[in-house]
Structure formats: C-alpha cells, structure tokens
Design a binder for this molecule. Sequence first.
Ligand code: PA5
Length: 428
Amino acid sequence: MFNAKFDSAYNFLTDDELNSARMDASAAFDTLMNKSGEGSDFLGWLGYPNNYDKEEFSRIKKAAHTIERTSEVLVVVGIGGSYLGARAVIEALSPYFEKRGMEIIFAGNSISSTYLTRLKDYLWDKDFAVNVISKSGTTTEPAIAFRFLYELLKKKYMKDELTEHVFITTDKAKGALREIGVKNDYEMFIVPDDMGGRYSVFSGVGLLPIAVAGLNIDKLMEGAKEAANNLSIKNNNPAIEYAAIRNALYRKEFNIELLESYEPSLTYIVEWWKQLFGESEGKEHKGIWPSGALFTTDLHSLGQYIQEGRRNLFETVIDIETPSADLDIPFDRDNLDGLNYLAGKTIDYVNKQAMKATCKAHEDGGVPQIVLSIDELNEHNLGYLLYFFMVSCAVSGYTLGVNPFNQPGVEEYKKNMFINLEKPGYTK
Ligand code: PA5
C-alpha cells in the first residue's frame, strides 16, 4: 500500500502557484503518455511492468539458481543506472546482520585501486560469479573492473566452467561485452534499446542481482505493475501531484530536495533516487538539486542546517508504517538512564514520534514536507515506490522543460579524462 501526503507543502504555496504548476504537470503527463516529448524513444520502461519479456524473466531466475549453485559470491559490475537500482532493492530488503543467500558485492562503480586490489584478494579463495552490466559496453569504470575479475575467473575455472560464472547484461546488438558473450557462449541479458540506465531497474539490469540476493522478483514486478496501472490514469494521480509540487516549490527558489528515511536500509534507495532525478532534471542550468539524509542519524549532523540554514530546502520523507521488526523498551528497576518513561513503548513508536516531531519542527522552520508512505518494506511496495518515482521524474522533467531521458553532461568529464589518458581518438 502506497500513500502520498502533500499537506505541509500546500502551506507554502498560494492557490495560483499550485494551480499553474498543476496545469503544467498535467500537460507534461499527457506528453509522457502520448509519447510526444523529447526523448520519447526512451520510454520502454513505461509499459515494461506489463509487457516485459517473460522468456528472459525465466532465464534470469534460472541464471540466479546457477549462480547460487556454483558460487558463494556474486560480483555485480556496473556504474550509475547499471547498478544503483539493484543495490537499492537488495540493501533495502536484505537483513541487516544474518546472511541470507549469496553474498553480493558491487564493483566497477569507482576507479579506486585499493578497492579493486582488496576485492581481488578477497575473491581469490572463493567461488564467485560476475554479472557485468553495461548498456554501452564501453564505460571505463566497469570495463576496468571486469578486465581484472574476468582474468581472475579465467585463472580459477576451466573454459567450459566459465559459462556458469560469467553473466553479461548489455545491448542486444552491439558493444564489446556483447562480443565477449557471443564468442564464449555466456548467458546474456538485454538492456532494452528504449530504456536509459536509471529507468532500468525492472529489466535484467536490476532483476538478476536482485534474484540472486534471494528476493522475490515476481512480487517486485507485481508492485511495479500495480503502479504502472494506477499511475497511467490522470485523476488523483500522486505522481503528477508530486511533480507539480516540486516544480511549484522550485519556482519559489526551493531548489534543493532532501529525500529522507528513518530506516537505514533505505540509504541506497536515496542514492538511486538522487541519480534518477539529478541526471534527468539537472540540465540547461536548471533543476532541483537532489540530496538525501538518513534520520535520526543526520538530525545530529545536518539537522541544524535544515532547521536554520538557507531557506531553499524542501523534504520528501519515505515513511514505513510498520517496521520489519520491533522491540518493547524494557522497564529497569534502577532507571539510572532515566528511560523508564519509555518502558512498554516500542522502538518504532519512538522513531515515529521523532519523525512527527521533525516534520513539524522543520515545517515551522520554513521547510516544506512531502510524505510518501508504504505500509511495510517488501518487494511489492518497493516495486510500486520505484515506479512511482520514475513516472514522477519524467513528468517533473517535462514540467521543468527539459528532456528527462538524456544525460549529455556526463560526457564532459569523460572527454577530459580520455585526453589525459591519451585514449586513441582523443586529443587536446
Ligand atoms: O542512467 C544512465 O543512463 C547512466 O547512469 C548509465 O547507466 C551509466 O552511465 C552506465 O552506462 P553503461 O550502462 O553504458 O555502462
């Protein structure tokens, strides 16, 4: 169950400001649904929960079983949209401490020599598999990591065993990874042509690592499908309202949004969301800066700024109504810590009071709030929530007047780096 509450944000907007942004977001929604806007050749994700490739879906489950059988560790190699969705879902739903299923390690999302060296050492005496994910097949960070890990795999396993340790997710027709896969008969999954990385969590890009982590990808897709169906209707559509409010606030100089959670396991949901909105909207010198915070942890670091710093922030809180586990706070006869006033209350009750108190304090301090609630943290609800954000982001980007599906700015650092590295074809 998903619910969105915008009451606090409404207090910061006049009727005219709200109505004008609502009209623009409504038109943006039509543009998205009619596929008539810029980047409309990248809308494969929109109908995907209803029309995804069922044959590939079964192959993903089969590959996950193969990896569970042959390996103790899966290394997911990818950067940006090629790993954040999987990592977000896996970290949100995996137990904090006890090990369930495979160990999943992410690599190829930085160029840290220390990380890669230590990873090689760590994997040396373990059975492991690699799922390398790159739509282009040429991104430097994952390409470097894969070169090392593939070399290690080739040292550890015979050629015919490698087919159970190398899994490639890439373009269906082109790229270096495709060639390696075809040449060696490795299992391959497709990043659909019409889907950018940050919108690809429900494709093989996200699903294989999520399935290997022991999570239920059927339920994840069911949640996404329910969202795809509910959010394709204009009336009372919270994705359009979220987009409208973000733009209305932005027009009033609220140009930083913090996505917040009171559950530490959502840290990578925030990271995924930051990429989704940052890469989709930050262009033509426009866009809300997407940021994040984890409460109550960050109330003891960023809280001061949020309460009393520059008034250009608004907050979107992900509220999990019922926690996955809870504890009653015990009575203590000596009460030296003075906590007996909480005895008999649950930890989650305290967390919820912290959330209510923070929302009120921040609103009183001039920070508008949006609250997105799910009844519990599970595959279905995460599927719903992530799809909700994808639709909102597309509508919000069109409302802002940018193409939410390209990322031209990402190329600039690459060009400079390739010149520095003397890559063939790149000169000063
Ligand atoms: O969202 C995006 O499109 C990007 O973040 C890409 O996923 C990222 O740059 C990795 O690209 P590739 O999958 O081609 O290696």
